[in-house]
Design a protein around this ligand. Structure first.
Ligand SMILES: Cc1cc2nc3c(=O)[nH]c(=O)nc-3n(C[C@H](O)[C@H](O)[C@H](O)COP(=O)(O)O)c2cc1C
Length: 157
C-alpha cells in the first residue's frame, strides 16, 4: 500500500522514527515528507498516511496542527496513523491527545507516543537550560520505544 509518512522535527528524532516506520513497512512505495520543506503535499497517491511530530513545552509543532486542519477532508478518506516523540512520560497520553484535532485522533487506526531523545549536541543554550531544569538530565539520552513503532507498522499492513 502506498504510504506517506509526514513529520515535523526539531532535532531529528521524529525524522529518525519516520525512517524506522519506512523500513518496517518494507520501503517500497513509502515516501517521507518533512513539513519544513514540503509546504503542500498531494495526498492523492497514498492509501496510508502517517503523521508525526514532537512535543516541546507541552505542544506539538504548529506545522503538524496546520497540516492536519488543512487536509482534514482528504485525511478522513485514508487510513491514518499518528505519533509523537516526547520524553515526559507522565504527560504522554495528554500530549498525544492534544497534538492532533480530536476528530482525527478518534479516526486514526493507531496513535502512539514513541518516546524520544534528549540530544544535547543539537540543543541551543536555552534548550539545554530548560531540559536540565525540567528533567534533571544533562547529557544525551535515547529512549525511543521500538515496540510502539512496531505497533504503528503493524496497524498499516
Ligand atoms: C526544549 C525542549 C522542550 C521539551 N519539552 C517537552 C515536553 O514538554 N514534553 C515532553 O514530553 N517532551 C519534551 N521534550 C522532549 C522532546 O519531545 C524530545 O526531545 C523529542 O525526541 C524531540 O524530537 P525532535 O528532535 O524530532 O523534535 C522537550 C525537548 C526539548 C529540547
Amino acid at each position: 500500500m502506498k504510504t506517506a509518512v509526514i513529520y515535523a522535527t526539531s532535532h531529528g528524532t521524529t525524522e529518525k522514527v519516520a525512517q524506522k516506520i519506512k523500513l518496517g513497512l518494507g520501503e517500497n512505495g513509502i515516501v517521507t515528507f518533512n513539513l519544513k520543506t514540503n509546504k503542500t503535499i498531494d495526498l492523492s497517491p497514498y492509501e496510508n498516511i502517517v503523521i508525526g511530530g514532537s512535543i516541546h513545552a507541552g505542544s506539538v509543532q504548529g506545522s503538524v496542527r496546520d497540516f492536519c486542519k488543512k487536509n482534514m477532508v482528504d485525511l478522513l478518506q485514508k487510513r491514518v496513523a499518528l505519533y509523537v516523540c516526547a520524553m515526559n512520560e507522565p504527560e504522554y497520553e495528554q500530549e498525544l491527545k492534544s497534538a492532533f484535532p480530536e476528530i482525527l485522533y478518534n479516526y486514526a487506526v493507531c496513535k502512539k507516543v514513541v518516546g524520544g531523545e534528549f540530544n544535547f549536541e543539537k540543543m541551543n543554550f536555552l534548550e539545554k537550560i530548560i531540559v536540565k531544569k525540567v528533567s534533571g538530565i544533562s547529557e544525551t539520552v535515547e529512549k525511543i520505544d521500538n515496540a510502539a513503532i512496531e505497533e504503528i507498522v503493524t496497524s498499516l499492513k
